[in-house]
Design a protein around this ligand. Structure first.
Ligand code: PLP
Length: 445
């Protein structure tokens, strides 16, 4: 630890200094190593120090680091776009590159609004999104996000957004309904919100296909997104799926929406797109939206200085090529099943692990004071934060979520290990997690 002039999120906490990374391990300045079980924040899909990605970045730097998009496109941005479109959900034929997840969400919100202005429906001015969701920290993204704690002090600056329930089967599915019925109930709730606002007044429904940062991975129930898609279509509303965290292979398919059998109008991606080697995000857009702009105003009225940055595109292209070349999507599914079995062994009978849920290599663990009643721990204990610290002491990185959110509590942690993790490394991760949980709980009064 050392005093720091860097202005981090946490001002009262000394951070270890990360000095190197190799595979799924990070090393700090004291020589202590950490298994990166969360990929940072579900970012480092290829782990650290991948030689192919580094070589591609060097080659791009030697040739051209940067060209502003108001003057040029670049071969590498075009090639990355072609690669993404080759594997995109049906009808998506255009990519808009940005520098991260929040920028991708902001761009998607503005694309959606501009689309309706250009097709002569300027009266559409509302977004509907979900509680206990996270879409980023810039003002538009924060407005659609459904984390009351993050929004509270900035509320006067945020556009008004209608929020409906998240798909949170463990907590909200009633005992007398099936998962499918629960999903239909959520769709009916969305329909009521649309009717309240007026079906012709809504721009888009915004949702993470698999929820991430706010409640420790929320997987959709069968049929939920199909119902949402039908509802949006019936009212001419766009569906924006935010796969900044759950996308780009994390859940075992390139896009998480593939597993739901739905195609969004706009799809945001980031994190695993560049795997942390460079900051990059993107919006994939349905052809009809971009064609509307092309035949109408001729521009998308938005932009940032670093759109389509050549080195970022080179890094992302290399990451995506490695994933394809090495068959890593299949590996995510295989390792995901191994991880699930390890969780079952470690936590199947654990009195304070209420739920372990996820897909591929994207998992959430929810702690409870009492397993039978699903009672939360007192939020004042900030158990999720304590658990993160205990895990770091064990040489393990896990991503915490919790506290009191929208009147609900909860202590969750999120695991998103790199796609290259070996079975032995996964076993080590679960072993250290179990130790960290037990040590954390031993300190609870
Ligand atoms: N959307 C989702 C679903 C996210 O999980 C995040 C970040 O965690 C964001 C958007 C914001 O991305 P960024 O932090 O790159 O701005």
């Amino acid at each position: 630890m050392q005093s720091s002039h860097v202005f981090h999120r946490q001002l009262l906490q000394d951070m270890p200094v990360a000095v190197s990374g190799k595979g799924i391990t990070l090393t700090d300045s004291q020589g202590k190593t950490y298994l990166d079980a969360s990929g940072g924040a579900a970012v480092s899909c290829l782990g650290h120090g991948h030689p192919d990605v580094i070589a591609a970045m060097h080659a791009q730097l030697d040739q051209l680091a940067y060209a502003h998009t108001s003057f040029f496109t670049t071969a590498v941005a075009e090639e990355l776009a072609d690669t993404l479109i080759d594997t995109a959900p049906q009808g998506m034929s255009n990519v808009y590159f940005v520098s991260g997840g929040s920028e991708a969400v902001e761009a998607a919100l503005k694309m959606a609004r501009q689309y309706f202005v250009e097709i002569g429906q300027p009266q559409r001015e509302h977004f509907i999104a979900r509680r206990q969701s996270y879409h980023g920290n810039t003002l538009g993204a924060l407005a659609v996000g459904g984390n009351a704690w993050r929004r509270e002090q900035f509320k006067p600056l945020l556009i008004e957004v209608e929020h409906v329930s998240p798909c949170y089967e463990y907590r909200d599915k009633r005992a007398d309904e099936t998962a499918e019925q629960y999903g239909q109930r959520l769709v009916a709730e969305l329909e009521a919100a649309i009717e309240r606002l007026g079906g012709d007044k809504v721009i888009a429904f915004v949702a993470e296909t698999v929820g991430g940062a706010t409640a420790g991975v929320l997987t959709p129930v069968p049929g939920y997104f199909k119902g949402v898609r039908e509802l949006c279509d019936r009212h001419g509303i766009l569906l924006i799926l935010d796969e900044v965290m759950c996308g780009m292979g994390r859940t075992g398919t390139l896009h998480a929406c593939e597993q739901e059998g739905v195609v969004p109008d706009l799809l945001t991606i980031a994190k695993g797109l560049g795997g942390g080697y460079q900051p990059i995000g993107a919006v994939l857009a349905q052809n009809r939206i971009v064609e509307t702009f092309r035949k109408g105003s001729g521009l998308f009225q938005h932009g940032h200085t670093y759109l389509g940055h050549a080195v970022a595109c080179a890094a992302a292209l290399a990451v995506q090529r490695v994933i394809q070349r090495d068959g890593l999507l299949a590996q995510v599914r295989e390792r995901g099943a191994q991880l699930q079995a390890l969780f079952q062994d470690a936590f199947g009978e654990h009195p304070h692990v209420g739920d372990v849920r996820g897909r591929g290599l994207f998992w959430g663990v929810e702690l409870v004071a009492d397993r039978a009643s699903k009672q939360w721990f007192d939020p004042e204990l900030k158990l999720h934060a304590r658990l993160k610290r205990a895990a770091m002491a064990e040489g393990l990185m896990v991503y915490p979520a919790g506290g009191s959110v929208d009147g609900r509590c909860g202590d969750h942690i999120l695991l998103a290990p790199p796609f290259i993790s070996t079975p032995d490394e996964l076993a080590q991760i679960v072993h250290r997690l179990r130790t960290a949980i037990d040590k954390t709980l031993a300190g609870v009064p």
